[in-house]
Design a protein around this ligand. Structure first.
Ligand code: ADE
Ligand code: ZN
Length: 335
């Protein structure tokens, strides 16, 4: 199995319908009936509807134990598909809405990461994210918590949410606060808004990576600039197809971006909402973008090199990727 690394997945968005139903039962809360379709899967109609559904499902994650369960469940499923490293975005806003403090929600996530490491050997880290449509003031509160309460498994700061209505520039102070404390940053841009949103994010925020970034393709000069700056794109093809950012695999700019010298990675975003997983993303890239095994391994290498994890762990993960490749070559070489 090809070793995989994931840099862009929303932890609250990894909870499967089954797990959401189990957590709702645990807390004896009723779920909106319109949340699930006839086959029990999440249903939503458009991007803003998806964000609402995401908030409703996240509302059942109410205790540190719940966060531990969601994290462990996701890391187990990812390890079973060959993932060796996952950076998960957690949202203290959702935790706070459910009555949990910043440190309590992290304690639950950390328990899940540590159990998964022992059980499956997978490494997990956290990117604390704020949510655009909750506003810049709330974003600054989150950034202040990240800086004031450092945690060994929190390796970065980011932002998701409604990109079209809340421009990146409004959040400059938020990101500056995190970056000034040495936190590497990433931001969603160029998913639900066009190249101007990517440009604004790049020019106003101290980011090393871009969540999605794919709509940069609409502006060739911008693509050149992204490549020149070495910004890494956290590309989520299954998500983009599911939400209609691109109408078909052939229209997805993964290969054009790659050919233009942009560093691209593969990610699942919100797997059960988009009928995907990290394994399916690699399969999708093989089938629709024509990536062979060595190109898929190169994607993993790009992700590990761009990971926000400490250098020692990064070196161990890169060595794992290299030794696995060597073992595969030896096995396939006739004696
Ligand atoms: N929050 C959860 N998933 C998201 C996505 N795909 N884009 C922006 N914000 C999100
Ligand atoms: Zn995302």
């Amino acid at each position: 199995m090809i070793p995989k690394a994931e840099l862009h997945v929303h932890l609250e968005g990894t909870a499967t319908p089954d797990l959401v139903r189990r957590l709702a039962k645990r807390h004896e809360v009723a779920l909106p009936s319109k949340m699930f379709g006839p086959d029990g899967d999440f249903i939503w109609r458009n991007f803003l509807d998806f964000l609402d559904l995401y908030d409703a499902a996240a509302a059942v994650i109410r205790t540190p134990e719940d966060y531990r369960d969601v994290t462990l469940d996701y890391l187990r499923r990812s390890a079973a598909e060959g993932a060796i490293y996952v950076e998960m975005m957690s949202s203290p806003d959702h935790a706070a809405q459910n009555g949990m403090s910043y440190s309590d929600h992290l304690e639950g996530i950390a328990a899940g990461i540590e159990e998964a490491r022992e059980e499956c050997g997978i490494e997990g880290r956290v990117i604390v994210t704020c949510v655009r449509h909750f506003g810049a003031e709330r974003g600054l509160e989150i950034a202040r918590q990240v800086v004031a309460q450092p945690h060994p498994l929190v390796v970065g700061f980011g932002m998701g949410g409604d990109e079209a209505a809340y421009p990146a520039g409004d959040f400059a102070k938020v990101f500056d606060h995190a970056a000034a404390a040495g936190m590497p940053c990433t931001v969603h841009a160029g998913e639900w808004a066009g190249p101007e949103s990517v440009r604004q994010a790049m020019e106003t925020l101290p980011v090393r990576r871009l969540g999605h970034g794919v709509r940069a393709i609409e502006d060739p000069d911008l693509v050149t600039e992204i490549a020149a700056r070495g910004l890494v794109l956290e590309v989520c093809p299954g998500s983009n197809l599911a939400t209609g950012v691109f109408p078909a695999p052939e229209a997805h700019p993964f290969n054009p971006l790659r050919r233009a010298g942009v560093a691209v990675t593969l990610n699942s975003d919100d797997p059960p909402y988009f009928a995907t997983s990290i394994g399916r993303e690699y399969d999708f890239a093989a089938r629709h973008f024509g990536l062979d095994e060595s190109e898929l391994r190169a994607v993993t290498r790009t992700a590990l090199e761009a990971a926000f994890v400490d250098d020692g762990t990064k070196a161990t993960l890169l060595a794992k990727l290299t030794s696995e490749a060597a073992a595969t070559t030896t096995m396939n070489t006739p004696a």
